[in-house]
Design a protein around this ligand. Structure first.
Ligand SMILES: Cc1ncc(C[n+]2csc(CCOP(=O)(O)OP(=O)(O)O)c2C)c(N)n1
Length: 554
């Protein structure tokens, strides 16, 4: 069948089972949007306020479903606006296909209107990218892009399509291809035995679990493995939710803002079993002091991660789910109560009153009212770390946050993507005033699509996380972090047609949350909090993770 390039793009997306596209039109993609006009029943297209919001939307869609997120943008500024979102997805291994329009081939390389070399710009932040040169190549490229995005370690793939190729025609043959299995190496059974042996002999083991457990849909196998061996679990930011936080083996977040018992358990362990985690600097602090007396076992799908940041004594490369399935059969059922008892002594004392309007109490109130099924999406800063520390995540894919890139402005777009993908779920966007100012334009998208997404804004009138570093490490020289009180967020919400609330104590918050939850409508709830509330513990960058600073008063 003869089709235009634009029609081919849409047919290939149908082949891949895509039904949702996040995007923003412009000159170079007019033919693509024109073809979409004939396909309105096949696709839901979410038109955002900004291309960054569209990419984060595709990201939120992908992280909550495990499917490939799809985003369209035009050439030039449309394409460059996607860059932060692509880098965010790249660093957190999110499967995504971004389709950008490009100037026609005849105008390439001439500084034409809205021409940028987007394949050049995005090269280091995509798993792969393409500039399509012939319309005949388009289907093959799209199929390959989807395969690349989702196999092995997932990541974003960009396809740049010159405008003439959307218009030119070629023969298209539908190929309902089965997704190919990832070409990872066979798992070495002897190695599994060897690893199980080391685990069985360990007296003080800790599992250090990252986003790879969630990405490979291995939470069930993971839980069996941890509980059978009675091995305590610490989580990276990306790994939160892979193991229920209310399980007594769960020690929570590890690293720079890790909880004391999690960090000390790692430091005092004799074995660290890293599963789908990459020993990032935010976790390990000073590398040679990270678990200094422990053997390291590293399990990951990406062999380039092995020995990259921390040397492993033993490693298994492959799909985490498959590996855990094999490993669980071979680890012994253990009673590790002496080790667990030792760890419990390191639990930090709670110095907070239950009634104070602190971040911890705000999280507790919100979780009590909105429930454990809530999908929580954060921006970046103190509010993000408080969420990671205090929200008791019990399910995989229920916490979305920009871990690797730390992208302020990620939250609302990603929350929209999560809500579109999970229309019946409660999506809670937790943000700070600095981050919210970066992405609040997407409130228009919330209203346009009538999404019941709730924004919980922890307003401390400052760029809190940076201010906290200035307080602790720059002698309280607060340079350009107080962003003041110039925005009325209740009115801002109102301007977008959304109910806005302002609260400054827990009872007020509970009342508003109950009211909002009942209505299943979007809302912006501003919590006025003290700018001096800090995130504790904190480990100064590059220090050993047991060198933590604890809260003095809060
Ligand atoms: C796009 C971007 N710019 C700058 C930063 C640096 N940064 C990290 S946290 C932070 C402050 C965040 O402030 P806010 O959103 O108000 O959250 P809070 O820390 O107060 O909870 C800044 C500026 C960043 N991470 N991302």
């Amino acid at each position: 069948m003869e089709l235009s390039g634009a029609q081919m793009v849409l047919e290939c997306l149908k082949e891949q089972g895509v039904d949702t596209i996040f995007g923003y039109p412009g000159g170079a993609v007019i033919p693509l949007y024109d073809a979409l006009y004939d396909n309105f029943d096949a696709f839901t297209h979410i038109l955002t306020s900004h291309e960054q919001g569209a990419v984060h939307g595709a990201d939120g869609y992908a992280r909550t479903t495990g499917k490939v997120g799809v985003c369209f943008a035009t050439s030039g500024p449309g394409a460059t606006n996607t860059i932060t979102g692509i880098a965010t997805a790249y660093l957190d291994s999110v499967p995504m296909v971004i389709l950008t329009g490009q100037v026609p081939r005849s105008l390439l390389g001439k500084d034409s209107f809205q021409e940028v070399d987007i394949t050049g710009i995005s090269l280091p932040i995509t798993k792969h990218n393409y500039l399509v040169e012939n319309v005949e190549d388009l289907p093959g490229i799209i199929r390959e892009a989807f395969e690349t995005a989702q196999t092995g370690r997932p990541g974003p793939v960009l396809i740049d399509v010159p405008k003439n190729i959307f218009i030119e025609k070629a023969n298209y043959i539908n190929e309902n291809i089965e997704a190919e299995k990832s070409n990872v190496d066979e798992i070495d059974e002897k190695l599994i035995d060897e690893v199980a042996n080391v685990i069985n002999k360990s007296i003080r083991p800790v599992i250090y679990a990252g986003g790879g457990v969630i990405i490979s849909n291995a939470s069930e196998e993971f839980s069996k493995f941890a509980t059978k061996g009675e091995i305590p679990v610490v989580n990276t930011l990306m790994g939160l939710g892979c193991f229920p936080r209310n399980n007594e083996l769960s020690l929570g977040l590890v690293g720079m803002h890790g909880l004391k018992e999690a960090n000390l358990a790692v430091t005092n362990s004799d074995l660290v079993i890293a599963v789908g985690a990459r020993f990032s600097d935010r976790v390990v602090g000073k590398v040679n002091k990270f678990a200094p007396r422990a053997q390291i076992i590293h399990i990951d799908i990406d062999k380039t991660e092995i020995n990259k940041n921390k040397k492993a004594n033993l490693s298994i490369i492959g799909d985490v789910k498959e590996i855990l399935n094999k490993l669980v059969e071979r680890v012994d059922s253990k009673d590790r109560s002496p080790w667990l008892k030792e760890i419990s002594q390191w639990k930090s004392e709670d110095k907070l009153g239950e009634k104070e309007f602190t971040a911890k109490n705000i999280m507790k109130t919100a979780q009590d009212i909105l429930g454990d099924d809530t999908i929580v999406v954060t921006d970046v800063g103190q509010h993000q770390m408080w969420t990671a520390q205090y929200w008791k995540f019990t399910k995989p894919r229920s916490f979305l946050s920009s871990g690797g890139l730390g992208t302020m402005g990620y939250g609302l777009g990603a929350a929209i993507g999560a809500q579109v993908a999970n229309p019946n779920s409660r999506i809670l966007h937790i943000t700070g005033d600095g981050s919210f100012r970066m992405n609040c334009n997407e409130l228009a998208t919330v209203t346009k699509y009538n999404l019941p997404t709730i924004t919980l804004l922890l307003n401390n009138n400052t760029l809190g996380m940076v201010r906290q570093w200035q307080k602790l490490f720059q002698n309280e020289r607060y340079s350009q972090t107080d962003i003041g009180n110039e925005v009325n967020y209740v009115k801002l919400a109102d301007a977008y047609g959304i109910d806005g609330y302002r609260v400054d104590e827990l009872d007020g918050l509970a009342k508003v949350l109950n009211e909002v939850a009942k209505k299943r409508q979007s809302a912006v709830i501003e919590c006025k909090i003290d700018k001096n509330q800090g995130v504790y513990p904190i480990v100064p960058a590059g220090k050993p993770i047991d060198d933590l600073i604890e809260a003095k008063t809060v």
